[in-house]
Design a protein around this ligand. Structure first.
Ligand code: GLN
Length: 686
């Protein structure tokens, strides 16, 4: 794939004239949908949405009748609050990106396939309105022949109306602003690991109850859900299985949420037991070691019965608990397997022994009905689910207790922190120490072959494969976890900055390549001076331009962001007069869109600049000074020192004679050393 880097920009600009529309919009041959590939970030041009005509239509020349009409329309937009305007433009850019040149219509099939590559599925609750609107439009069009609601072709206005309710999420997806920006590449690596694990036939099925012994040992499913709700599933992800020990962190979370850690941990410890999960042993305080082993989980169940909901009947507590699990899973499949429950209760000598042993040692709260507690424990183990639903639960844990797909706040973040801490040290039975060492992530396994893995602030993963190793952990699930962290820097103690032999899928491709022009121009267009400061202090070339020769100054001027314009000229010393490929200067932009205050400022600046022949010190743009550091630490432009050569009325009064030296605006720019330098923009054809 062609590199998008500052050095290739001159070439790219020449090439951009010959690109077909799909290529210009970021669609390249060889992708998974419609034989096209999204060149990331596909909607990076959203930032230029106000100039989409000139940006996309390379043959257009400004100031035609049509352009004038657009400009008038744009002027109207510029009266709106920025965010609304930006979103409005996002809809247009999306349309331009996917619409067919011949028909002028957008194929919704192609659009939804594009959305899927970002990890957003059609059944995601966050695009429900979009999908409903599609059905409505389809109906209104009398179910036009040949196409379904999801594959119909829409015109611009209809498309905009259809996507409008969910545009924030959709724009975020196509701007690659999710936690895993390049989801397609990430998924390919995951598929490779999945396939390697598939060939592993080691391990034995649990056989203490017949239902578990009957599982197909070849079953192997893996589901991922990120904290932004990006989904990926492969293998047997819809096959139901019982939660077993994977229910333990969830009931523990409910107890923590309702009772707080002090109360809960006055009954149960936080230490790994170093013994089997069902061993008849208590810690030195005569408490179960932790809530992840059987004794601790039985005790948590007693807290639910006696303290959380003392007035509820057993049936009500079951429903109540299930509703928590369901909310965590974003409403995905949580059921109950009665056969497993009955078998668990039958084959439970050890668990009963644990219960009696704890009762003898006065571990339970007063009013505990042991029989009810034991039944409740078996019921929790016998709740049924699948990989898909469990990946959302894991993602809710990764997301501080907020379900990523429904955005419902289920648990408080402190609760989740405590749950993850215990999972980290005690989640994989007697393998927990090694798991913490090798994988370095919180996880919980269960005898039905499940492995819930949480990558805090990134994603939840659920692996299911029934064959277990001698410690009771799923063999394929374990292999998956270990391979995952050897490929990606997800281990808690991987150094994110300096470790070079692992991938970081959280990083944006363009960040990785050190190219932040999209961010720079976006910051300018949205009037974000603080972000501009960060760009400057990171040593970035603030004079960079896009394919059409549009610089941060063009964008800030056309959007009427005077503060940004001032910052760019005064602090960054960018040239005030770069020309874009149509020969427009920033001042022309400000004028075209009616920002008279910006026009005034730019004109006075130009006059001053014309009077001065002094060169700007190139160091000034990229090197940090103490003043820069100070500026950086303040987010408010008003508080930053001004060095403008053009005194504002206030300045002329209060700041005159303050002794601050004014940098001299440079004609040539100060760091235009790369292929995108301002001079290049004025070459014929660029
Ligand atoms: N039902 C199982 C038991 O209590 C759950 C244990 C597990 O998954 N490790 O024995």
């Amino acid at each position: 794939m062609r590199k998008y880097s500052p050095k290739s920009q001159t070439v790219s600009k020449n090439r951009s004239r010959n690109l077909n529309k799909d290529q210009r919009y970021g669609l390249w041959p060889g992708s998974d949908f419609g034989h096209k590939k999204l060149r990331a970030p596909p909607l990076m041009n959203l930032v230029f949405a106000n100039r989409k005509l000139s940006f996309y239509d390379t043959s257009s020349t400004p100031k035609t009748k049509e352009d004038n009409a657009k400009l008038t329309q744009r002027r109207h937009y510029s009266m709106r609050p920025h965010r609304e305007q930006e979103q409005r433009n996002a809809e247009d850019v999306l349309f331009d990106m996917f619409a067919s040149e011949e028909t002028g219509l957008i194929s919704m099939g192609k659009f939804l396939a594009g959305l899927k590559t970002t990890g957003i599925r059609r059944n995601d609750p966050r695009v429900r309105e979009l999908m409903e609107n599609l059905k409505k439009v389809h109906k209104l069009n009398n179910y036009e022949t040949g196409s379904s609601a999801e594959t119909q072709h829409l015109n611009r206005e209809t498309f905009k109306a259809v996507v409008a309710p969910n545009i924030v999420l959709i724009a975020k997806a196509f701007r690659q602003q999710f936690v895993i920006p390049d989801f397609t590449s990430f998924v390919k690596d995951i598929e490779d690991i999945y396939n390697r694990c598939k060939t592993n036939t080691l391990g034995k099925l649990a056989d203490y109850i017949p239902q578990l012994a009957r599982y197909n040992p070849d079953s192997w499913g893996l589901s991922i859900c990120t904290i932004d709700g990006q989904r990926f599933s492969i293998g047997d992800v819809d096959v139901p299985f019982t939660l077993q020990s994977c229910s333990k962190p969830l009931t523990y979370a409910i107890a923590l949420e309702k009772l707080g850690p002090k109360v809960v941990h006055s009954y149960v410890g936080q230490e790994p037991s170093g013994r089997n999960f069902n061993e008849l042993v208590l810690d030195q305080n005569k408490k179960p070691h932790n809530p992840m082993i059987n004794a601790g989980a039985i005790l948590t169940c007693s807290l639910m019965n006696a303290l959380v909901k003392p007035d509820m009947t057993s049936a009500e507590i079951f429903d109540y608990t299930m509703s928590w699990f369901k909310r965590l899973s974003g409403g995905e499949y949580i059921g109950f397997n009665n056969a497993v429950f009955l078998s668990e209760r039958e084959a439970a000598d050890r668990n009963y022994a644990l219960g009696f042993y704890m009762r003898e040692n006065k571990c339970f709260p007063k009013r505990t009905n042991l029989k009810e507690v034991m039944d409740f424990y078996f019921q929790c183990c016998s709740m049924e689910t699948n990989c898909e639903a469990m990946s959302v639960i894991a993602a809710s844990l990764a997301n501080g207790g907020i379900c990523p797909t429904t955005e419902e706040k289920v648990f408080r973040p402190e609760v989740i922190r405590d749950v993850l801490s215990i999972m980290h040290s005690c989640g994989t039975y007697d393998y927990s120490g090694q798991f913490a060492f090798k994988v370095g992530l919180p996880a919980k396994s269960g005898v039905s072959g499940g492995m819930m893995l949480v990558i805090p602030n990134v994603m939840g993963i659920f692996a299911w494969s029934p064959p277990l190793d001698h410690l009771g952990n799923t063999v394929r699930g374990l292999q998956f976890c270990e391979e995952l962290v050897s490929m990606f820097n997800f281990h808690r103690y991987d150094n994110l900055k300096h470790l070079s032999n692992k991938k970081d899928p959280r990083k944006h491709r363009y960040e990785t390549k050190g190219l932040s022009i999209v961010n720079l121009l976006f910051s300018a267009a949205s009037g974000d001076v603080t972000a501009l400061r960060r760009h400057r202090l990171s040593g970035m070339d603030i004079t960079l331009a896009d394919y059409d020769g549009r610089t941060a100054l063009h964008l800030a001027a056309s959007e009427g962001h005077l503060e940004c314009v001032k910052f760019l000229l005064e602090q960054c010393h960018v040239p005030h007069n770069p020309k874009d490929r149509w020969g427009n200067l920033p001042v022309d932009e400000a004028e075209n869109f009616g920002h008279s205050h910006v026009v005034e400022f730019l004109r006075s600046w130009a006059e001053k600049a014309d009077l001065s022949n002094e060169e700007c010190n190139p160091e000034a743009v990229t090197s940090k000074t103490q003043a820069d550091e100070e500026i950086c630490s303040t987010s408010d432009l008003e508080t930053s020192p001004t060095t403008s050569p053009i005194p504002t009325p206030v300045e002329s009064g209060s700041r005159a004679g303050s002794g601050r030296s004014s940098p001299v605006p440079s004609e040539a720019g100060s760091t235009a050393s790369v292929g995108s330098s301002i001079d290049d923009k004025t070459k014929p054809g660029l």
